[in-house]
Write a protein that binds this ligand. Structure first.
Ligand SMILES: CC(C)(COP(=O)(O)OP(=O)(O)OC[C@H]1O[C@@H](n2cnc3c(N)ncnc32)[C@H](O)[C@@H]1OP(=O)(O)O)[C@@H](O)C(=O)NCCC(=O)NCCS
Length: 435
Protein backbone atom coordinates (compact mmCIF):
# COMPACT_ATOMS: atom_id res chain seq x y z
CA UNK A 1 0.00 0.00 0.00
CA UNK A 2 1.32 3.50 -0.88
CA UNK A 3 1.45 6.41 1.61
CA UNK A 4 -2.21 7.08 2.39
CA UNK A 5 -3.43 10.50 1.25
CA UNK A 6 -5.59 12.42 3.72
CA UNK A 7 -9.29 13.11 3.03
CA UNK A 8 -11.51 11.07 0.69
CA UNK A 9 -9.73 8.24 -1.05
CA UNK A 10 -10.21 5.41 -3.49
CA UNK A 11 -8.61 2.03 -2.86
CA UNK A 12 -7.52 0.25 -6.00
CA UNK A 13 -6.36 -3.35 -6.01
CA UNK A 14 -4.26 -4.42 -8.99
CA UNK A 15 -5.24 -8.04 -9.55
CA UNK A 16 -2.14 -8.59 -11.67
CA UNK A 17 0.13 -8.05 -8.69
CA UNK A 18 -2.21 -8.17 -5.69
CA UNK A 19 -0.96 -4.75 -4.64
CA UNK A 20 -3.32 -2.10 -3.28
CA UNK A 21 -3.08 1.66 -3.80
CA UNK A 22 -4.91 4.47 -2.09
CA UNK A 23 -5.65 7.39 -4.34
CA UNK A 24 -6.92 10.81 -3.27
CA UNK A 25 -10.39 11.91 -4.36
CA UNK A 26 -10.72 15.67 -4.83
CA UNK A 27 -13.81 17.34 -6.27
CA UNK A 28 -15.19 13.88 -7.06
CA UNK A 29 -12.25 13.16 -9.36
CA UNK A 30 -8.99 11.30 -9.11
CA UNK A 31 -5.80 12.60 -10.72
CA UNK A 32 -5.06 10.49 -13.79
CA UNK A 33 -1.38 10.96 -12.94
CA UNK A 34 -1.92 9.10 -9.63
CA UNK A 35 -2.68 5.94 -11.61
CA UNK A 36 0.78 5.94 -13.17
CA UNK A 37 2.25 4.48 -9.94
CA UNK A 38 0.25 1.29 -10.65
CA UNK A 39 2.64 -0.98 -12.56
CA UNK A 40 3.46 -4.65 -12.84
CA UNK A 41 7.20 -3.96 -12.71
CA UNK A 42 9.60 -1.03 -12.95
CA UNK A 43 10.20 -1.49 -16.67
CA UNK A 44 6.58 -1.19 -17.81
CA UNK A 45 4.69 2.11 -18.01
CA UNK A 46 2.20 2.87 -15.27
CA UNK A 47 -1.54 2.52 -15.64
CA UNK A 48 -3.29 5.17 -17.76
CA UNK A 49 -6.92 5.81 -18.66
CA UNK A 50 -8.45 5.41 -22.14
CA UNK A 51 -11.12 8.03 -22.79
CA UNK A 52 -11.61 9.01 -26.44
CA UNK A 53 -13.79 12.12 -26.60
CA UNK A 54 -13.07 12.89 -22.92
CA UNK A 55 -16.48 11.51 -21.97
CA UNK A 56 -15.49 11.03 -18.33
CA UNK A 57 -12.37 13.16 -17.95
CA UNK A 58 -12.17 16.65 -16.47
CA UNK A 59 -9.53 18.53 -18.46
CA UNK A 60 -9.49 21.65 -16.29
CA UNK A 61 -10.86 23.43 -13.26
CA UNK A 62 -13.17 26.22 -14.36
CA UNK A 63 -15.37 28.86 -12.76
CA UNK A 64 -16.94 30.11 -16.01
CA UNK A 65 -20.03 27.98 -16.65
CA UNK A 66 -22.02 25.49 -14.60
CA UNK A 67 -24.31 22.89 -16.15
CA UNK A 68 -26.51 20.35 -14.39
CA UNK A 69 -27.84 18.27 -17.27
CA UNK A 70 -30.19 16.18 -15.13
CA UNK A 71 -31.95 19.25 -13.75
CA UNK A 72 -31.67 21.38 -16.91
CA UNK A 73 -29.58 24.12 -15.26
CA UNK A 74 -27.17 26.44 -17.08
CA UNK A 75 -25.39 29.27 -15.28
CA UNK A 76 -22.70 31.71 -16.41
CA UNK A 77 -20.48 32.71 -13.47
CA UNK A 78 -23.28 31.55 -11.17
CA UNK A 79 -26.11 33.51 -12.82
CA UNK A 80 -28.99 31.43 -14.29
CA UNK A 81 -29.26 31.70 -18.07
CA UNK A 82 -32.96 32.55 -17.81
CA UNK A 83 -32.24 35.73 -15.82
CA UNK A 84 -29.39 36.78 -18.08
CA UNK A 85 -31.45 36.22 -21.24
CA UNK A 86 -34.35 38.20 -19.84
CA UNK A 87 -32.61 41.07 -18.09
CA UNK A 88 -29.07 41.45 -19.42
CA UNK A 89 -27.51 42.24 -22.80
CA UNK A 90 -24.97 40.30 -24.83
CA UNK A 91 -22.20 42.79 -24.12
CA UNK A 92 -22.89 42.71 -20.38
CA UNK A 93 -22.86 38.90 -20.47
CA UNK A 94 -19.59 39.05 -22.42
CA UNK A 95 -18.14 41.26 -19.66
CA UNK A 96 -19.40 38.85 -17.01
CA UNK A 97 -17.90 35.82 -18.73
CA UNK A 98 -14.53 37.42 -19.37
CA UNK A 99 -14.15 39.25 -16.03
CA UNK A 100 -16.04 36.92 -13.72
CA UNK A 101 -18.31 39.57 -12.14
CA UNK A 102 -21.04 41.91 -13.30
CA UNK A 103 -19.73 45.37 -14.28
CA UNK A 104 -20.32 48.59 -12.35
CA UNK A 105 -21.86 51.39 -14.44
CA UNK A 106 -18.42 52.90 -15.16
CA UNK A 107 -16.92 49.52 -16.00
CA UNK A 108 -19.81 48.73 -18.34
CA UNK A 109 -19.58 52.07 -20.12
CA UNK A 110 -15.84 51.62 -20.58
CA UNK A 111 -16.36 48.08 -21.88
CA UNK A 112 -19.05 49.13 -24.37
CA UNK A 113 -16.87 52.04 -25.45
CA UNK A 114 -13.84 49.78 -25.98
CA UNK A 115 -15.73 47.12 -27.91
CA UNK A 116 -17.51 49.74 -30.04
CA UNK A 117 -14.23 51.53 -30.77
CA UNK A 118 -12.68 48.35 -32.19
CA UNK A 119 -15.45 47.20 -34.55
CA UNK A 120 -13.56 48.32 -37.67
CA UNK A 121 -11.05 45.99 -39.31
CA UNK A 122 -7.91 46.88 -41.26
CA UNK A 123 -8.69 47.66 -44.91
CA UNK A 124 -6.47 44.78 -46.00
CA UNK A 125 -8.98 42.39 -44.42
CA UNK A 126 -11.41 43.55 -47.09
CA UNK A 127 -8.96 42.57 -49.83
CA UNK A 128 -8.47 39.04 -48.60
CA UNK A 129 -12.22 38.62 -47.97
CA UNK A 130 -12.70 39.57 -51.60
CA UNK A 131 -10.28 36.80 -52.54
CA UNK A 132 -12.61 34.05 -51.34
CA UNK A 133 -14.69 32.19 -53.92
CA UNK A 134 -18.18 33.62 -54.40
CA UNK A 135 -19.72 30.43 -52.98
CA UNK A 136 -17.22 29.87 -50.17
CA UNK A 137 -18.74 28.83 -46.85
CA UNK A 138 -18.90 31.89 -44.54
CA UNK A 139 -17.65 29.78 -41.63
CA UNK A 140 -14.47 28.99 -43.58
CA UNK A 141 -14.07 32.72 -44.29
CA UNK A 142 -14.56 33.55 -40.61
CA UNK A 143 -12.10 30.90 -39.48
CA UNK A 144 -9.43 32.11 -41.91
CA UNK A 145 -9.95 35.82 -41.24
CA UNK A 146 -9.89 35.44 -37.44
CA UNK A 147 -6.65 33.45 -37.74
CA UNK A 148 -5.29 36.16 -40.05
CA UNK A 149 -5.94 38.86 -37.41
CA UNK A 150 -2.86 37.55 -35.57
CA UNK A 151 -0.76 38.94 -38.43
CA UNK A 152 -2.30 42.40 -37.92
CA UNK A 153 -1.65 42.32 -34.18
CA UNK A 154 1.69 40.54 -33.73
CA UNK A 155 1.86 41.81 -30.15
CA UNK A 156 -1.02 39.43 -29.38
CA UNK A 157 1.65 36.71 -29.05
CA UNK A 158 2.60 38.27 -25.71
CA UNK A 159 -0.04 36.39 -23.78
CA UNK A 160 1.58 36.90 -20.37
CA UNK A 161 0.79 40.64 -20.31
CA UNK A 162 -2.70 41.32 -18.85
CA UNK A 163 -3.18 44.65 -20.70
CA UNK A 164 -2.25 43.03 -23.96
CA UNK A 165 -4.64 40.15 -23.31
CA UNK A 166 -7.45 42.61 -22.57
CA UNK A 167 -7.03 44.53 -25.80
CA UNK A 168 -7.00 41.35 -27.92
CA UNK A 169 -10.15 40.10 -26.17
CA UNK A 170 -11.90 43.41 -26.85
CA UNK A 171 -10.74 43.39 -30.46
CA UNK A 172 -11.98 39.90 -31.09
CA UNK A 173 -15.43 40.44 -29.56
CA UNK A 174 -15.67 43.73 -31.50
CA UNK A 175 -14.52 42.49 -34.90
CA UNK A 176 -16.28 39.14 -35.01
CA UNK A 177 -19.64 40.61 -36.21
CA UNK A 178 -17.81 42.68 -38.84
CA UNK A 179 -16.05 39.60 -40.20
CA UNK A 180 -19.20 37.46 -40.01
CA UNK A 181 -21.30 40.09 -41.77
CA UNK A 182 -18.71 40.60 -44.49
CA UNK A 183 -18.50 36.86 -45.10
CA UNK A 184 -22.31 36.90 -45.50
CA UNK A 185 -22.29 39.89 -47.88
CA UNK A 186 -19.50 38.30 -49.90
CA UNK A 187 -21.66 35.26 -50.56
CA UNK A 188 -24.48 37.52 -51.70
CA UNK A 189 -22.25 39.60 -53.98
CA UNK A 190 -23.21 42.71 -52.03
CA UNK A 191 -20.85 45.51 -50.95
CA UNK A 192 -19.44 45.18 -47.45
CA UNK A 193 -21.02 47.55 -44.93
CA UNK A 194 -18.76 49.36 -42.46
CA UNK A 195 -19.68 49.35 -38.77
CA UNK A 196 -22.08 52.02 -37.54
CA UNK A 197 -20.83 52.83 -34.05
CA UNK A 198 -23.93 54.85 -33.18
CA UNK A 199 -25.79 51.56 -33.00
CA UNK A 200 -25.69 48.91 -30.28
CA UNK A 201 -23.50 45.83 -30.78
CA UNK A 202 -26.35 43.70 -32.11
CA UNK A 203 -28.11 46.47 -34.08
CA UNK A 204 -24.81 47.29 -35.76
CA UNK A 205 -24.39 43.63 -36.68
CA UNK A 206 -27.83 43.65 -38.33
CA UNK A 207 -26.89 46.85 -40.12
CA UNK A 208 -23.69 45.31 -41.51
CA UNK A 209 -25.71 42.29 -42.64
CA UNK A 210 -28.74 43.90 -44.22
CA UNK A 211 -28.15 47.61 -44.93
CA UNK A 212 -28.57 48.57 -48.59
CA UNK A 213 -28.96 52.11 -49.92
CA UNK A 214 -30.64 53.72 -46.91
CA UNK A 215 -28.74 56.49 -45.11
CA UNK A 216 -29.08 54.76 -41.79
CA UNK A 217 -30.21 51.23 -41.06
CA UNK A 218 -32.64 51.10 -38.18
CA UNK A 219 -33.55 47.54 -37.26
CA UNK A 220 -36.76 46.69 -35.44
CA UNK A 221 -35.97 46.63 -31.70
CA UNK A 222 -37.80 43.33 -31.29
CA UNK A 223 -35.43 41.72 -33.79
CA UNK A 224 -32.40 43.30 -32.12
CA UNK A 225 -33.52 41.95 -28.74
CA UNK A 226 -34.26 38.47 -30.08
CA UNK A 227 -30.84 38.24 -31.75
CA UNK A 228 -29.19 39.58 -28.59
CA UNK A 229 -30.90 36.81 -26.60
CA UNK A 230 -29.72 34.18 -29.09
CA UNK A 231 -26.15 35.45 -28.75
CA UNK A 232 -26.44 35.27 -24.93
CA UNK A 233 -27.73 31.69 -25.10
CA UNK A 234 -24.74 30.62 -27.17
CA UNK A 235 -22.11 32.58 -25.19
CA UNK A 236 -20.64 29.60 -23.33
CA UNK A 237 -21.32 25.94 -22.64
CA UNK A 238 -18.34 24.75 -20.56
CA UNK A 239 -15.98 22.15 -22.05
CA UNK A 240 -17.64 21.45 -25.41
CA UNK A 241 -15.70 20.47 -28.52
CA UNK A 242 -14.83 23.99 -29.72
CA UNK A 243 -13.94 25.29 -26.25
CA UNK A 244 -11.72 22.29 -25.78
CA UNK A 245 -10.11 23.14 -29.14
CA UNK A 246 -9.48 26.74 -28.01
CA UNK A 247 -7.95 25.53 -24.74
CA UNK A 248 -5.94 22.79 -26.40
CA UNK A 249 -4.46 25.02 -29.11
CA UNK A 250 -4.09 27.91 -26.63
CA UNK A 251 -2.13 25.62 -24.29
CA UNK A 252 0.79 25.90 -26.72
CA UNK A 253 0.80 29.61 -25.71
CA UNK A 254 -0.08 30.71 -29.22
CA UNK A 255 -1.87 34.09 -29.64
CA UNK A 256 -5.63 34.13 -28.90
CA UNK A 257 -6.63 34.73 -32.56
CA UNK A 258 -5.06 31.42 -33.55
CA UNK A 259 -6.66 29.68 -30.56
CA UNK A 260 -10.13 31.06 -31.37
CA UNK A 261 -9.67 30.20 -35.07
CA UNK A 262 -9.22 26.59 -33.90
CA UNK A 263 -12.48 26.88 -31.95
CA UNK A 264 -14.24 28.14 -35.08
CA UNK A 265 -12.83 25.15 -36.97
CA UNK A 266 -14.30 22.79 -34.38
CA UNK A 267 -17.68 24.53 -34.44
CA UNK A 268 -17.74 24.27 -38.25
CA UNK A 269 -18.19 20.47 -37.94
CA UNK A 270 -21.72 19.06 -38.33
CA UNK A 271 -21.68 17.25 -34.98
CA UNK A 272 -21.19 20.53 -33.16
CA UNK A 273 -22.76 23.54 -34.84
CA UNK A 274 -24.93 22.08 -37.57
CA UNK A 275 -27.95 20.49 -35.92
CA UNK A 276 -30.36 23.43 -36.37
CA UNK A 277 -29.94 23.21 -40.12
CA UNK A 278 -30.80 19.50 -39.90
CA UNK A 279 -33.95 20.39 -37.92
CA UNK A 280 -35.13 22.67 -40.74
CA UNK A 281 -34.49 19.97 -43.34
CA UNK A 282 -36.43 17.49 -41.19
CA UNK A 283 -39.42 19.84 -40.70
CA UNK A 284 -39.53 20.55 -44.43
CA UNK A 285 -39.48 16.86 -45.21
CA UNK A 286 -42.32 16.15 -42.75
CA UNK A 287 -44.24 18.86 -44.59
CA UNK A 288 -47.50 18.89 -42.59
CA UNK A 289 -48.90 18.08 -39.15
CA UNK A 290 -50.75 15.06 -40.57
CA UNK A 291 -47.43 13.39 -41.46
CA UNK A 292 -46.03 13.62 -37.92
CA UNK A 293 -47.28 10.23 -36.59
CA UNK A 294 -45.65 8.44 -39.54
CA UNK A 295 -42.43 10.32 -38.97
CA UNK A 296 -42.42 9.52 -35.23
CA UNK A 297 -42.99 5.86 -36.03
CA UNK A 298 -39.92 5.93 -38.30
CA UNK A 299 -37.86 7.46 -35.48
CA UNK A 300 -39.04 4.85 -33.00
CA UNK A 301 -38.27 2.07 -35.48
CA UNK A 302 -34.72 3.39 -35.53
CA UNK A 303 -34.82 4.60 -39.16
CA UNK A 304 -33.76 8.11 -38.24
CA UNK A 305 -33.41 10.58 -35.35
CA UNK A 306 -35.68 13.37 -34.29
CA UNK A 307 -33.26 16.22 -34.90
CA UNK A 308 -33.13 18.92 -32.23
CA UNK A 309 -34.02 16.39 -29.54
CA UNK A 310 -31.65 14.81 -27.04
CA UNK A 311 -28.36 16.06 -25.69
CA UNK A 312 -25.16 14.48 -24.36
CA UNK A 313 -25.42 16.56 -21.17
CA UNK A 314 -29.07 17.62 -20.79
CA UNK A 315 -31.37 14.81 -19.76
CA UNK A 316 -34.13 17.33 -19.17
CA UNK A 317 -35.55 20.28 -21.14
CA UNK A 318 -32.52 22.26 -22.41
CA UNK A 319 -33.04 25.61 -20.60
CA UNK A 320 -31.93 27.44 -23.74
CA UNK A 321 -34.66 25.77 -25.81
CA UNK A 322 -37.35 27.22 -23.50
CA UNK A 323 -35.98 30.74 -23.92
CA UNK A 324 -35.66 30.40 -27.70
CA UNK A 325 -39.25 29.21 -27.92
CA UNK A 326 -40.28 32.49 -26.28
CA UNK A 327 -38.04 34.53 -28.60
CA UNK A 328 -39.81 32.88 -31.58
CA UNK A 329 -43.00 34.78 -30.75
CA UNK A 330 -41.24 38.17 -30.81
CA UNK A 331 -39.49 37.49 -34.09
CA UNK A 332 -42.54 36.09 -35.84
CA UNK A 333 -44.53 39.12 -34.73
CA UNK A 334 -42.23 41.15 -36.98
CA UNK A 335 -41.49 38.72 -39.81
CA UNK A 336 -44.73 36.73 -39.94
CA UNK A 337 -44.96 33.13 -38.76
CA UNK A 338 -42.68 30.54 -40.30
CA UNK A 339 -45.14 27.80 -41.38
CA UNK A 340 -42.68 25.20 -40.10
CA UNK A 341 -43.28 26.46 -36.55
CA UNK A 342 -46.67 24.76 -36.41
CA UNK A 343 -45.11 21.43 -37.36
CA UNK A 344 -42.30 21.93 -34.82
CA UNK A 345 -44.72 22.69 -31.98
CA UNK A 346 -46.92 19.71 -32.77
CA UNK A 347 -43.88 17.46 -33.12
CA UNK A 348 -42.61 18.59 -29.72
CA UNK A 349 -46.00 18.01 -28.11
CA UNK A 350 -46.34 14.49 -29.52
CA UNK A 351 -42.74 13.54 -28.69
CA UNK A 352 -42.94 14.79 -25.11
CA UNK A 353 -45.98 12.59 -24.49
CA UNK A 354 -44.47 9.52 -26.14
CA UNK A 355 -43.04 6.70 -24.01
CA UNK A 356 -40.00 6.28 -26.32
CA UNK A 357 -38.78 9.85 -25.72
CA UNK A 358 -39.82 9.95 -22.04
CA UNK A 359 -37.92 6.75 -21.25
CA UNK A 360 -34.75 7.99 -22.92
CA UNK A 361 -35.02 11.50 -21.43
CA UNK A 362 -35.10 13.11 -24.85
CA UNK A 363 -36.18 16.75 -24.76
CA UNK A 364 -35.85 19.64 -27.23
CA UNK A 365 -32.36 21.09 -27.29
CA UNK A 366 -31.17 24.59 -28.25
CA UNK A 367 -31.25 23.71 -31.94
CA UNK A 368 -34.89 22.67 -32.14
CA UNK A 369 -36.22 26.23 -32.53
CA UNK A 370 -33.13 28.33 -33.30
CA UNK A 371 -33.06 27.44 -37.02
CA UNK A 372 -36.66 28.63 -37.38
CA UNK A 373 -35.73 32.02 -35.94
CA UNK A 374 -32.60 32.36 -38.05
CA UNK A 375 -34.64 31.53 -41.13
CA UNK A 376 -37.16 34.23 -40.20
CA UNK A 377 -34.24 36.70 -40.21
CA UNK A 378 -33.58 35.41 -43.76
CA UNK A 379 -30.21 33.96 -42.89
CA UNK A 380 -29.19 31.14 -45.24
CA UNK A 381 -28.43 27.90 -43.31
CA UNK A 382 -24.66 28.24 -43.77
CA UNK A 383 -24.81 31.45 -41.68
CA UNK A 384 -26.27 29.63 -38.64
CA UNK A 385 -22.88 28.48 -37.36
CA UNK A 386 -21.38 31.92 -37.98
CA UNK A 387 -24.01 33.37 -35.63
CA UNK A 388 -23.18 30.64 -33.14
CA UNK A 389 -19.46 31.55 -33.38
CA UNK A 390 -20.12 35.24 -32.78
CA UNK A 391 -22.16 34.37 -29.69
CA UNK A 392 -19.58 31.86 -28.44
CA UNK A 393 -16.59 34.24 -28.78
CA UNK A 394 -16.77 35.70 -25.22
CA UNK A 395 -17.03 32.17 -23.83
CA UNK A 396 -14.02 30.96 -25.80
CA UNK A 397 -12.06 34.00 -24.63
CA UNK A 398 -13.13 33.64 -20.99
CA UNK A 399 -12.02 30.00 -21.06
CA UNK A 400 -8.77 30.91 -22.83
CA UNK A 401 -8.06 33.62 -20.25
CA UNK A 402 -8.74 31.22 -17.41
CA UNK A 403 -6.48 28.62 -19.00
CA UNK A 404 -3.48 30.89 -19.57
CA UNK A 405 -3.61 32.01 -15.92
CA UNK A 406 -4.12 28.52 -14.47
CA UNK A 407 -0.92 27.20 -12.87
CA UNK A 408 -2.18 23.62 -13.24
CA UNK A 409 -2.42 23.84 -17.03
CA UNK A 410 0.20 22.30 -19.26
CA UNK A 411 0.47 21.98 -23.01
CA UNK A 412 -2.29 19.56 -24.07
CA UNK A 413 -0.61 16.33 -24.96
CA UNK A 414 -2.73 13.19 -24.44
CA UNK A 415 -1.35 9.68 -24.27
CA UNK A 416 -2.15 7.00 -26.82
CA UNK A 417 -2.44 3.24 -26.90
CA UNK A 418 -0.06 2.31 -29.69
CA UNK A 419 -1.49 -0.34 -32.01
CA UNK A 420 1.03 -0.31 -34.87
CA UNK A 421 4.11 -2.33 -35.81
CA UNK A 422 7.45 -2.05 -34.04
CA UNK A 423 11.07 -2.26 -35.11
CA UNK A 424 10.52 -3.08 -38.79
CA UNK A 425 13.60 -3.22 -41.02
CA UNK A 426 13.54 -0.42 -43.63
CA UNK A 427 14.27 -1.42 -47.24
CA UNK A 428 15.08 1.52 -49.57
CA UNK A 429 12.54 2.20 -52.35
CA UNK A 430 15.02 1.20 -55.05
CA UNK A 431 15.18 -2.31 -53.58
CA UNK A 432 11.47 -2.62 -52.74
CA UNK A 433 10.30 -1.62 -56.19
CA UNK A 434 13.07 -3.45 -58.06
CA UNK A 435 15.20 -1.69 -60.70
C1 LIG B 1 -27.31 14.95 -29.18
C2 LIG B 1 -27.09 13.43 -29.28
C3 LIG B 1 -25.92 13.20 -30.27
C4 LIG B 1 -26.71 12.91 -27.89
O1 LIG B 1 -26.39 11.60 -28.03
P1 LIG B 1 -25.98 10.63 -26.82
O2 LIG B 1 -25.92 11.36 -25.55
O3 LIG B 1 -24.73 9.95 -27.27
O4 LIG B 1 -27.20 9.65 -26.73
P2 LIG B 1 -27.32 8.28 -27.48
O5 LIG B 1 -26.97 8.43 -28.93
O6 LIG B 1 -26.52 7.29 -26.68
O7 LIG B 1 -28.85 7.97 -27.33
C5 LIG B 1 -29.48 7.32 -26.23
C6 LIG B 1 -30.76 6.66 -26.71
O8 LIG B 1 -31.68 7.67 -27.16
C7 LIG B 1 -31.93 7.53 -28.55
N1 LIG B 1 -31.88 8.89 -29.13
C8 LIG B 1 -31.02 9.88 -28.79
N2 LIG B 1 -31.31 10.99 -29.47
C9 LIG B 1 -32.37 10.69 -30.25
C10 LIG B 1 -33.12 11.43 -31.16
N3 LIG B 1 -32.83 12.72 -31.41
N4 LIG B 1 -34.13 10.84 -31.80
C11 LIG B 1 -34.43 9.54 -31.53
N5 LIG B 1 -33.76 8.78 -30.67
C12 LIG B 1 -32.73 9.34 -30.03
C13 LIG B 1 -30.83 6.65 -29.09
O9 LIG B 1 -31.24 5.95 -30.25
C14 LIG B 1 -30.57 5.76 -27.93
O10 LIG B 1 -31.61 4.82 -27.89
P3 LIG B 1 -31.29 3.29 -27.47
O11 LIG B 1 -30.87 3.37 -26.04
O12 LIG B 1 -32.57 2.57 -27.69
O13 LIG B 1 -30.18 2.85 -28.38
C15 LIG B 1 -28.37 12.73 -29.75
O14 LIG B 1 -29.41 12.93 -28.83
C16 LIG B 1 -28.79 13.16 -31.15
O15 LIG B 1 -28.28 12.63 -32.15
N6 LIG B 1 -29.75 14.16 -31.26
C17 LIG B 1 -30.16 14.67 -32.52
C18 LIG B 1 -29.14 15.66 -33.07
C19 LIG B 1 -29.14 16.97 -32.33
O16 LIG B 1 -30.18 17.56 -32.09
N7 LIG B 1 -27.94 17.44 -32.00
C20 LIG B 1 -27.77 18.73 -31.35
C21 LIG B 1 -27.25 18.61 -29.97
S1 LIG B 1 -27.18 20.22 -29.23
Amino acid sequence: MNDAPSGDTLTVRDNRTGQEYEIAITDNTIRAGDLSQIKTDDDTPGLATYDPGFTNTASCRSSVTYIDGEKGILEYRGYPIEQLAEQSSFLEVAYLLVNGTLPSKTEYEQWVHDVTYHTFVHENVKSFMQGFRYDGHPMGMLEASVGALSTFYPESANISDPDNRYIQIVRMIAKMPTLGAWAFRHGQGKPYVYPDNDLSYTANFLSMLFKMSEQKYEPDERLVNALDVLLILHADHEQNCSTNAVRSVGSSQVDPYSAVAAGIGALYGPLHGGANEAVLRMLRRIGSKEEIPDFIKGVKDGNERLMGFGHRVYKNYDPRAKIIKKACDDVFEVTGVNPLLEIAQELEKIALEDEYFIKRKLYPNVDFYSGLIYEAFQFPPEMFTVLFAIGRTPGWLAQWLEMVQDKDQKIARPKQIYTGDRGLEFTPASQRWGQ
